[in-house]
Design a protein around this ligand. Structure first.
Ligand code: GLN
Ligand code: ZN
Length: 763
C-alpha cells in the first residue's frame, strides 16, 4: 500500500520558539541544559504533529540547533583549523562559534542553499582530519522511538552533495576527500543498521545540478559501497528543487528508493519517467506536494498525477511525499486571521501540507478522487475563488502591462550620449561620493515606528519624527562632504515590505516566518494578486530631503526582481509576468519622483541573482527578462535623470554582461567580500558605465582607516575608468551605529580627496 512521507519539518516553531530559545541561550539568559530541554520539546511536538496528521514515514535528524549542513560537518569533525578543535564531542560553544564567530576566530562563510532563501554554513575542509564525533541520526532515531514510539526515517546529507557544498580543496582533490569521508558515512549507516533502522533518507539535491562523468562515477562508488557495506539498510536517494540530471544512470544506482521532485522538477522528471521508465524493484518517492510554495495543491490534479504514477510503480512501491523539506514554508495558516478570505482559503503552510498528504494517500489507497470528494471540492472551490477574485483580475493594469512589455524598454539616448548631459546638469567632481541609501536605524527610530504602529502616535507625529531624522542626516552628509545625498530610509523597516504595503496585489501574514539563516527568520510578503501602483510611495520623504539641500538627493526604490525574489509569489502566471507587473508599478514611482524634481533615482536589485535557475540552460532566459524588468522600470526618464542601482552579497562576476545590459547610469556593487574576483572580471571586460565598488565593508563596526580605502580605490582604478568611478560604502548603513558611521564616512571622503589629487592630472 502507498505511504505518505515528509522530507523535513520547519524547526522554528509556530511562534518561533526555536529562535527565541537560541537567542536567549546566546544572550546568556538560558542555561545549556534548559536550551536542550526546550529544543527537545519542540522536536517531540513536531513529531507528534506529523504522527497525528497520519504521516506514515516521519523524518528524524531534520531538526537542527542551527543548520543541517553545519550538523553534518561537525558530526564528521570538520572544524576549521582556526577554532583549534582537539577532538571529541563538539561542544555547543564551538558549534555556535563556527556559525557566528568567536572573539578569536571568524565565523565560517554562509551561503544560499541551492535556489532557496535558506543559508547554510559552508564546511571548510582545508587541513582537517575528519573523524566521527557523534552519530546524530542515530540519536534522533532513538529519541523519536523512545518518546513517541515512532519508527522514524533518519535524514542525512549525501556525500556528493556535502562535498559539492564544501570549500577548502582543489577540484582535483574531490576523490581524495570522498575516499576519506566514505568510511565515516559507512560507520554512521552501519550503526543505524545495527539499531534496526529500516530506511534512511539520503539527501542529494546536487543531483539536480549539472553532473559530469566523474560525478556519475562518484555516485556509483558511493552507493555501491553503501550497498555492500550496509546491505540491511534501505536508502531513499532523495533529490529536490529541480528534475534530476542523468536520470537513466541515477535510477540504476543500487539504492532501494529514489525521491523525485514532481513539483519544481515536474516537466523534466515526468518526461524522464516516461522515456526511461522507473525500475520495478525501487520505491518511488513522489514529491507531489510543494514543499517550498505556500499554495494549496489542486487535489484533483495531484490525484490524477498519482493515478498515472500508479500505472508505473506498484502500490507498495509508492510514497506520496513533499517535494522537498518543509523548512522553506511557514508553520501553519491557522493563526492567520487578517488575510483576505479568498487568499487565506487558498494557502497551505507546513501543517496544511501534512493534511494534503494524508488526503492524497487516502485517495490513492481507497478508490480515487471519490474517497476525498468533500475535501477535493472544497479545495478546488478555494482555488477557483482566488482565481476569480478582483485581486487577480485588474484588467486595466493587465492591459497596460501587456502593452508596455511588448516593447523593448530602452533609454532615449545611449549612455555615451546621455552621460555628458548628466555631467553638465550635475557638475559632479571626479570620483563622486555617495552612500547606498539607509542610515542607522537607531533605537529611537524603531521605537517611533512601534508607537505609530500601535496607534500611540498619529500619522502627523510619526511623520514629524521622520522629518527630524532627515534633517539631522542631511546636515551631517553636507558637513561630511558627500556629493550625492540620500534621505536615509528611516520610514522603512524592510526594503521589500515597505513597497509591498503600498502596492496592490500584496498581502502580509502575521506569523508566516521562515528560517533564513541561523536564528534569523524572515516573513516574506505574499504577492497573490495583480500588482498595481496606487499612490506615490517615496516622494514625500525624498522631496522633503531635497528641499533641505542644494546637493542632489537620490530617490531610493527597491527593484522589481528583488521584490519578487524576496516574496512568496502566485503560481498561476509565470514569474516573468509578475516581474513586469512590478516593473510597471515601480516605473510609475520613478516617474512620480522625477515629476517632483528628483533627478537621481536608485533602483536597488541586490537579489537579482537569487532567482537564477539551477539549470544552466535556463539561466539566460531568466537574466533576459530580469534585465528587461529593470529597464522597464527605469527607461522613461529624461536623459539628464541619472538612474542608479545597487547589488550586493552575491557572486556577480559571472553576470557582468547582464548587469551592463541593465543600462543603469551608475551601479554600486559590493565587492569587499569577493573583492579579487569582481575586480578580476573587470580586467577581462571593463565596465563602460558609472560604477562604485564599495570601498569599505559595512558589516563590521570597525572604522576603516583612510589608507585602507585609498588602496581599495587605487586597486579598482587600475581596471576602471576614474571618470566613471564612484566612491561609496558597500551596502546600506541601517545596521550600523551613528558614531562609527559618521567616522567611517569622514574617512571615506578623506580617502576620496587623496585619490582625486592623484588622478586629477590624468583626466
Ligand atoms: N538602499 C538599501 C539600503 O541602503 C539597500 C539595501 C540592500 O542592498 N540590501 O538599505
Ligand atoms: Zn546592499
Amino acid at each position: 500500500m502507498a505511504q505518505s512521507s515528509v522530507l523535513g519539518y520547519p524547526r522554528i516553531g509556530a511562534n518561533r520558539e526555536w529562535k527565541k530559545a537560541l537567542e536567549a541561550f546566546w544572550a546568556g539568559k538560558l542555561e545549556e541544559h534548559d536550551l536542550q530541554q526546550e529544543l527537545k520539546e519542540i522536536r517531540v511536538q513536531h513529531w507528534r504533529k506529523q504522527l497525528e496528521a497520519g504521516i506514515d514515514v516521519i523524518p528524524v535528524n531534520d531538526f537542527s540547533y542551527y543548520d543541517q549542513v553545519l550538523d553534518t560537518a561537525t558530526m564528521f569533525g570538520i572544524i576549521p583549523k582556526r577554532f583549534q578543535y582537539e577532538g571529541g564531542r563538539v561542544p555547543l560553544s564551538l558549534y555556535y562559534g563556527i556559525a557566528r564567530g568567536t572573539t578569536d576566530a571568524a565565523a565560517s562563510e554562509m551561503t544560499k542553499w541551492f535556489n532557496t532563501n535558506y543559508h547554510y554554513i559552508v564546511p571548510e575542509l582545508q587541513g582537517v582530519e575528519p573523524v566521527i564525533t557523534e552519530n546524530k541520526p542515530l540519536a534522533a532515531y532513538r529519541e523519536a522511538k523512545a518518546e513517541l514510539g515512532i519508527e522514524g526515517r533518519p535524514v542525512i546529507i549525501g556525500p556528493l552533495t556535502f562535498l559539492k557544498l564544501s570549500k577548502g580543496y582543489e577540484p582535483s582533490e574531490v576523490d581524495h576527500w570522498l575516499a576519506r569521508l566514505l568510511p565515516l558515512y559507512v560507520h554512521i549507516l552501519r550503526e543505524l543498521e545495527e539499531e534496526g533502522v529500516k530506511w534512511v533518507q539520503v539527501d542529494e539535491p546536487a543531483l539536480v545540478t549539472s553532473l559530469d562523468e566523474a560525478d556519475i562515477q562518484r555516485l556509483q562508488t558511493i552507493y555501491s559501497t553503501f550497498a555492500k557495506q550496509v546491505p540491511g539498510l534501505k536508502l531513499m536517494l532523495q533529490t529536490y528543487f529541480e528534475s534530476v540530471e542523468r536520470y537513466e544512470e541515477i535510477i540504476q544506482l543500487p539504492v532501494a528508493g529514489i525521491g523525485l521532485d514532481l513539483v519544481h522538477g515536474y516537466a523534466g522528471n515526468i518526461e524522464a519517467i516516461r522515456s526511461y521508465g522507473f525500475p520495478q524493484d525501487k520505491v518511488l518517492g513522489a514529491g507531489v506536494v510543494d514543499g517550498r510554495g505556500i499554495w494549496r495543491s489542486s487535489l484533483q490534479a495531484k490525484v490524477s498525477l498519482l493515478e498515472q504514477l500508479s500505472q508505473i510503480v506498484a502500490d507498495d512501491k509508492l510514497i506520496i511525499q513533499t517535494s522537498c523539506s518543509l523548512l522553506h514554508v511557514p508553520v501553519t495558516v491557522q493563526q492567520e486571521d487578517k488575510l483576505p478570505s479568498e487568499l487565506q482559503a487558498a494557502l497551505a503552510f507546513a501543517d496544511e501540507k501534512l493534511e494534503e498528504l494524508t488526503l492524497l494517500k487516502k485517495a490513492v489507497t481507497s478508490g480515487g478522487a471519490n474517497a476525498i470528494a468533500v475535501e477535493l471540492d472544497r479545495c478546488e472551490q478555494a482555488l477557483q475563488n482566488l482565481q476569480r477574485s478582483d485581486a487577480r483580475n485588474r484588467l486595466e493594469t493587465l492591459q497596460a502591462v501587456a502593452a508596455v512589455s511588448a516593447q523593448n524598454p530602452s533609454r532615449n539616448l545611449p549612455f555615451v550620449e546621455r552621460h555628458p548631459l548628466q555631467q553638465q546638469r550635475w557638475q559632479l567632481p571626479l570620483l563622486p561620493t555617495t552612500t547606498i541609501g539607509s542610515f542607522p536605524q537607531s533605537v529611537d527610530v524603531r521605537k517611533a515606528r512601534q508607537r505609530w504602529r500601535k496607534g500611540e502616535w498619529n500619522q502627523a507625529q510619526y511623520e514629524a519624527f521622520i522629518r527630524e531624522q532627515i534633517d539631522v542626516w542631511i546636515q551631517l552628509q553636507e558637513e561630511i562632504g558627500l556629493d550625492v545625498l540620500v534621505h536615509g530610509e528611516f520610514e522603512r523597516t524592510d526594503m521589500v515590505e515597505f513597497f509591498g504595503e503600498k502596492l496592490a496585489g500584496f498581502a502580509f501574514t502575521k506569523f508566516g516566518w521562515v528560517q533564513s539563516y541561523g536564528s534569523r527568520c524572515v516573513k516574506p510578503p505574499v504577492i497573490y494578486g495583480d500588482v498595481e501602483f496606487e499612490e506615490a510611495m517615496t516622494v514625500k520623504e525624498t522631496s522633503y530631503a531635497q528641499s533641505k539641500t542644494n546637493r542632489p538627493v537620490k530617490g531610493m526604490l527597491t527593484g522589481p526582481i528583488t521584490i519578487m525574489n524576496w516574496s512568496f509569489v502566485r503560481e498561476d502566471i509565470p514569474r516573468e509576468k509578475i516581474a513586469y507587473q512590478l516593473a510597471y508599478a515601480l516605473r510609475q514611482e520613478v516617474e512620480a519622483l522625477e515629476g517632483a524634481g528628483i533627478g537621481m533615482i536608485q533602483v536597488d536589485e541586490p537579489a537579482v541573482r537569487e532567482g537564477l535557475p539551477l539549470k544552466l540552460k535556463e539561466q539566460a532566459e531568466y537574466l533576459d527578462w530580469a534585465v528587461k524588468a529593470f529597464r522597464m522600470t527605469t527607461c522613461t526618464v529624461k536623459d539628464t535623470t541619472q538612474i542608479h542601482t545597487h547589488m550586493c552579497y552575491c557572486e556577480f562576476h559571472d553576470m557582468i554582461i547582464s548587469i551592463q545590459a541593465m543600462d543603469a547610469d551608475v551601479i554600486s556593487i559590493e565587492t569587499s567580500r569577493s573583492h579579487g574576483e569582481l575586480i578580476h572580471s573587470f580586467e577581462v571586460h571593463t565596465y563602460p558605465l558609472g560604477i562604485g565598488l564599495g570601498v569599505y565593508d559595512i558589516h563590521s563596526p570597525r572604522v576603516p582607516r583612510v589608507e585602507e580605502m585609498t588602496s581599495m580605490i587605487e586597486r579598482a582604478l587600475r581596471v576602471l575608468d576614474p571618470k566613471l568611478f564612484w566612491i561609496n560604502p558597500d551596502c546600506g548603513l541601517k545596521t550600523r551605529g551613528m558614531d562609527e558611521t559618521v567616522a567611517a564616512l569622514r574617512n571615506m571622503v578623506q580617502a576620496t580627496r587623496i585619490a582625486r589629487d592623484a588622478h586629477a592630472v590624468q583626466v
